[in-house]
Write a new protein. Sequence first.
Length: 300
Amino acid sequence: MKVLICYFSGTGNTEKIAELYRSAFTARGHEVEVISLPLSDGKTPDVAGYDLLGFGYPIHAFNAPKTMLDFCKSLAKRGKNAPSVRAFVFKTSGEPVRMSDVSSIKACKILKPRGITVTNEYQYVMPYNIIFRHSDDAVYKMWQTAQNLVPVDVEEIISGKSVRPRKMFMGGFLARILRAEHWGAHIIGKTYKTNKSCVKCGKCIKLCPVNNIKIKKSGKLKFGGKCIMCMRCSMFCPKNAVELGLLKHWKVNGEYSFAPPDPDAELPPDKHADYCAKAYARYYAAAEQKIAESRNGDAN
């Protein structure tokens, strides 16, 4: 089977999941190609040449990012009699709430007239790059769970078993309203600025996927009106110099290690331990059950 995985990743979480999918499909003898969005050469791939498509993205305000939706729109529409191409969607989010299940509605609607049918959909909890910083032990648990869960999900996809979440009542309507973030990001992004710690290293300029950051003649950085709130500039700034304007209280800076915490280290209290606690508990319980059932099946 020939598989094409297309993903957009803000600060690397979705990229890590995409690589897990690549490894899982490859380990089962399938040919896999992975492309990162937005496309550097602007050339839209011919998806008709693949047996299976994967679309991955971080959930933005309970929707797929505009970058992903624009890519889906760029795919060629196909005739009614053309064979359908099967697809799966994988999403990353900092919290496993049910509202996240509706994030794919718009993308699936765009893909349908292009002869692409989404049969499987999965969400993985990965650490926030905005709102607050997850603790090291929480991040390690998220990553370990994803590493164990993706191969199980890939087995479902290969077997032809369709798995899609049941959308919550009125979820699609709410998601449509919240897509206002797509144009709102352009406005909020203009409030970003750098503080005195900025050393003009240019890292944020290179990382920005939409070329929204420029250096003015004065030497100061200017944030334009194309921001998509991917958070690369603020999270990866080596001097923690990017200020988020209207979102200043939600800033997260510095890469996560994803490594196991030192068992002998005295960890600071997790002040966000109660945040969406029930939703996290349900997510991990369901993941552990699914992984265990898969292993028991393999043993038998």
